[in-house]
Design a protein around this ligand. Sequence first.
Ligand code: NAD
Length: 337
Amino acid sequence: MARFQVFSTKSYYRDALGGSTADTGVDLVFRAERLDADTAQSVVGVAGVCVGSQDLLDRSVIESLSSVGCRIIALRTAGFNNVDLDAAADRGMTVVRVPAYSPYAVAEHAVALLLALSRKLTLAHDRVRAFNFSLDGLVGFDLHGKTAGVIGTGRIGQITAQILKGFGMSVLASDPFPNPEWADSERIRYLPLDRLLAESEVVTLHAPLTSETTHLINRETLATMRRGALLVNVSRGALVDAPSVIGALESGQLGGAGLDVYEHEEGIFFEDLSTTGLHDDTLARLLTFPNVIITSHQAFLTHDALDEIARVTVTNMARLTSGESALPGTQLFPAAP
Ligand code: NAD
């Protein structure tokens, strides 16, 4: 049996991954802890590790894993900014990921956040649960006929744009690598970022976190948006400068924010802090606004996406440990032939 230790295991990963190993020759050892310099010391007798976005695979962790014969790093995510690929290369380790599990899951969650904001659903839900059935203060607005700006038109951004077109919105897009054929066929208009921000009533972020996109939404760019516009971020927290968002919400420049990600989410999102409290004043302030909805990085969390993550991850574990190549397009290092 090829043994893998699975770090940062939550029940949903245990169910999905554990249910995919039958007849694969893969044996999974589930661990709740995050992989870091400390927990790496306890890894022994494994072909590889399976990790998520909160695990830290810096050079010291990779060297520690490599020294006990661990050869494979199987990321159950698309992003890999938490892995030192150079260190993995130096140690001759193989790194695989799940490049696209369900772009629909993430796009649909973005739209769920948007609808919750445009129709004040969280406020309405809180009210009826307290048997307050009045409608005062719950006036929303139609998405139909409004303008949405989609920043980043890769897999997830395109699907989000298409869903918004389905509502009858005009959709603008911004991307340094535009896809003109797709845009023409969907009647979507690419614009420079400043014009998109100035024209959109709804702005939704689907670009990756890079040096160019860090704090793409900041005090200056928020000031150029249409007054009262809604902002949705299901991409990466650091695309948005949260204190600037708070300022814009306070002044009414921003009409609401739907956030599935937060720059300093590590150690908060995915965890139950109901008995310890929240020690992040910015996030705590965001949670006080009635026109803010926050989910804890759950846009990916559908049965469909988890099944696909498990299928790709366990298949790669089985293939790599029996000398076969990884599934096409899933190997980060060494570069697949
Ligand atoms: P993708 O690589 O298919 O698309 C990203 C697009 O962003 C590309 O078209 C790229 O050209 C564009 N882009 C790059 N720099 C840009 C910039 N400065 N301005 C505008 N566009 C820019 O990626 P994807 O699969 O669509 O995923 C998008 C992001 O969604 C990921 O990077 C990840 O951060 C996030 N994500 C979040 C969750 C979640 O659960 N919340 C799950 C999966 C992915």
